[in-house]
Write a new protein. Structure first.
Length: 153
């Protein structure tokens, strides 16, 4: 039952990605050359969300861990920051706000990994691919703050 709850929480965050998707505005942006192809995003996020849910479940199932509650609280905060990003970037089209959010998100993921490591080592490692993907995205948005211009300029 706990794993199902973990999957549902991650699914709720993922719903913003499904609700606020790339559109004509995004396609018209000049993106860094190293932007992954569009097909990579749903595949990567599907895998990452599954790994995140398993990681949180493993932490939740670890009994008598002093930092269990704190680590799950930070995990929840990063889920909220994750959900906000798609809304800010694709929904509101606010590149600077999305950049601020993704910097916060990466910090929260880093903190989550550190806390998870003190509760369940495998759970921490399961979060590392997510950290790497978000770091890549932060680099794209960061460089995009300079080069994400409408192609029609």
């Amino acid at each position: 039952m706990a794993l199902l709850v973990s999957l549902l929480l991650v699914g709720a965050a993922a719903m913003t990605g499904a609700r606020f998707r790339p559109d004509g505005w995004y396609r018209a942006l000049r993106k860094p050359r190293w932007t992954p192809p569009d097909l990579a995003f749903p595949i990567a996020w599907g895998i990452l969300y599954l790994l995140m849910a398993i990681a949180a479940w493993r932490v939740y199932m670890t009994e008598d861990a002093p930092l269990r509650s704190a680590s799950l609280a930070v995990y929840g905060a990063q889920l909220l920051a994750n959900a906000a990003w798609s809304w800010l970037f694709f929904g509101r089209k606010r590149i600077a706000a999305a950049l601020a959010d993704i910097v916060l998100l990466l910090g929260l993921i880093t903190l989550t990994i550190g806390l998870f490591a003190q509760v369940n080592t495998l759970a921490a490692w399961l979060m590392v691919p997510y950290w790497l993907w978000v770091a890549l995205a932060m680099g794209r948005v960061g460089s995009g703050a300079q080069c994400f211009h409408l192609a029609v300029e």
